[in-house]
Design a protein around this ligand. Structure first.
Ligand SMILES: *Cc1c(COP(=O)(O)O)cnc(C)c1O
Length: 358
């Protein structure tokens, strides 16, 4: 039986990537040593970092004015590292509060500047069902921080605003899933473990002219310029993670690049939402216009259907599709690597469940 992995992260990777990575663990490029065991400065490994950077630049259309970094510490470290590098003492930055991760980004940023939460879609019950529109930035704010896809609640910003200041975006759960205009952004960051590779590597894309303007001392490892100057090789990089990320990007090229995968992603999400809307036993949990194409959240109308539907899905090889504890119900994470057949399996289970329980 095929296993369909709907995990929200670390998440499904393309099967051919996993196979290549597994082979390289045993023998990297015919060298007789494994990719986990060779020096990051060896002739064998060093081209990997350049290759990953070149592929990402080409796929996303990242201009020369931006640096591409492969760091450690996850998106959670970027919550602090971004304001630490971009804000001087007394500087103002604007944030939107659209979910758990956005709230965490706000909390960390407050260590480094005056943070204005210019919009929040938090509801009385503590959840979030939409993203804000018509954003008005604060006079003098250095950037506006947006979480592009709210992994836990299943909402997504479908149109990035033009607000006259650089956007900074946590794209952990939708990077490389759709075409974006990088030039709207000052910083884009993403933990790799949802759409780009294994956990342990964090992608940071930063417009270089925004750096060097703060009056604070930045510890060496936290300073983006350290990693720019060293080409992400100041210290030991997350070598295996970058290797797998490079393979994922190679796979993405074969999907027609980002326009190609966007088309596939749109079709996958549309199909699943259509069944949620049609099936009288289920309903979506967020505003239709803000629905995420990566994390599809839905609940049974009858709470007593939760366990039996879960059991049915498990018996058919579907795993890790329960909603976050703060939302309940179900969350199908359908990142780039989830094949359409996985969505079809979920839809078929919903239809069969309707037949026997409707
Ligand atoms: C998963 C996730 C994070 C947390 O990432 P870490 O790499 O674990 O720090 C942050 N933001 C978003 C949007 C996420 O989906």
């Amino acid at each position: 039986m095929t296993t369909w992995n709907f995990s929200s992260g670390p998440a499904i990777l393309p099967r051919p990537v996993v196979e290549k990575a597994a082979a390289a663990i045993l023998d990297f490029k015919g060298s007789g040593i494994g990719v986990l065991e060779c020096s990051h400065r060896s002739k064998l490994y060093e081209p990997v970092v350049a290759s990953a950077e070149a592929r990402l630049r080409k796929l996303m259309g990242i201009p020369e004015a931006y640096a591409v970094l492969f760091l450690q510490g996850g998106a959670s470290t970027q919550f602090a590292q971004v304001p630490q590098n971009l804000l001087a003492s007394g500087d103002v930055a604007d944030y939107t509060d659209t979910g758990t991760w956005a709230s965490k980004a706000i909390k960390e940023a407050k260590h480094f500047g005056k943070i204005n939460v210019i919009a929040s879609t938090k509801e009385a019950d503590g959840t979030y069902r939409s993203v804000p529109r018509n954003l008005q930035v604060t006079e003098g704010a250095k950037y506006l921080h947006i979480t592009s896809n709210n992994t836990i609640f299943g909402t997504q910003v479908h149109e990035f605003p033009d607000v006259g200041i650089p956007l900074v975006s946590d794209m952990s759960s939708d990077i490389c899933s759709r075409v974006i205009d990088v030039e709207k952004f000052g910083v884009i960051y993403a933990g790799a473990q949802k759409n780009l590779g294994p956990s342990g590597v964090t992608v940071v894309i930063v417009r270089k002219d925004l750096l060097g303007k703060t009056d604070r001392a930045i510890p060496t490892m936290a300073d983006y310029r350290t990693h720019i100057d060293a080409g992400s090789m100041f210290n030991t990089p997350p070598a295996f993670g970058i290797f797998v990320l490079d393979l994922v990007l190679e796979w993405l090229e074969g999907q027609g690049g980002i326009p190609g995968i966007q088309k596939i992603n749109d079709a996958k999400a549309a199909k699943l939402y259509a069944e949620i809307d049609r099936n009288p036993l289920f309903q979506g949990t967020v505003a239709v216009e803000d629905r995420s194409r990566m994390n599809v959240c839905f609940v049974p109308l009858n709470k007593e259907h939760e366990d039996p539907f879960k059991k049915l899905c498990l018996s058919r090889g579907m795993v890790d599709f329960t909603g976050h504890r703060s939302v309940g119900g179900f969350r199908a994470s359908i990142y780039n690597a989830m094949p359409e057949a996985g969505i079809d399996a979920m839809i078929e289970a919903m239809r069969d469940f309707e037949k026997s329980n409707g």
